[in-house]
Design a protein around this ligand. Structure first.
Ligand code: SF4
Ligand SMILES: [Zn+2]
Length: 163
C-alpha cells in the first residue's frame, strides 16, 4: 500500500527541462503570481504524483512540489512552519486531488523496517487513491470521523419535539 519514493522521478520532471529554466526561481517565491506559474507547470508534469509523495515523505515544507505549496504540504502532514506536529489545527485534505477530510481514511500497517516504530499510520484518499504517511494526520482523520459519527448519533437519538 505504501512504498518509499525514489528521487529518480525528478529526471522526468518539467522543472528539470532546460526550456523551463526561467521558471525555477518561482518554485520558492512568495509572490502569488509566480507561485501560480510554478504550480501550473506542475500540473503539466508527468511525475506530479511521485513528486507530491516524495515531498511528503521528505517533509519538504518550503516551496512548490507537485503543484502544492508549503501550506498545502504542511496541512497534509499536520505540521507547522517549523516542521513540528500540530494536532487538529486544520483537518487534512488530499494533497494530490484536494479531496476533503470526509473522503480520507486512516490505516495502521506493519512497519518491518521501522525499528522501535513497529507500525506506521497512513492516510488514504478514497477519491484518487493517493496514500501518504502521517501519524498526526491519520489521527486527525480518525477524530474527524468520530466527531461526525457522534453528531449523527445525537441527531438520531434526539426526541421528537411536541407540537
Ligand atoms: S511536479 Fe512540479 S516540482 Fe515536481 S518534478 Fe514536476 S514540475 Fe517539478
Ligand atoms: Zn485524492
Amino acid at each position: 500500500m505504501w512504498e518509499p519514493t525514489d528521487r529518480s522521478y525528478q529526471e522526468q520532471g518539467e522543472c528539470t527541462k532546460k526550456s523551463n529554466e526561467s521558471l525555477i526561481e518561482y518554485f520558492f517565491s512568495n509572490e502569488p503570481e509566480e507561485k501560480y506559474a510554478a504550480k501550473n507547470l506542475c500540473f503539466q508534469c508527468p511525475v506530479r504524483r511521485d513528486c507530491v509523495k516524495w515531498a511528503l515523505e521528505n517533509k519538504q515544507i518550503w516551496g512548490v512540489w507537485g503543484g502544492r505549496d508549503e501550506n498545502e504540504i504542511r496541512r497534509a502532514l499536520s505540521v507547522n512552519a517549523d516542521g513540528d506536529e500540530i494536532r487538529r489545527d486544520r483537518y487534512p485534505q488530499c494533497p494530490y486531488c484536494t479531496a476533503r477530510t470526509s473522503k480520507l481514511q486512516s490505516h495502521v500497517v506493519e512497519n518491518p523496517e521501522g525499528g522501535r516504530w513497529t507500525t506506521m499510520r497512513l492516510v488514504e484518499c478514497l477519491d484518487c487513491g493517493f496514500v501518504w504517511r502521517s501519524r498526526t494526520s491519520a489521527n486527525a482523520v480518525n477524530a474527524y470521523h468520530a466527531e461526525r459519527a457522534d453528531k449523527t448519533a445525537k441527531k438520531l437519538n434526539r426526541k421528537p419535539t411536541k407540537r
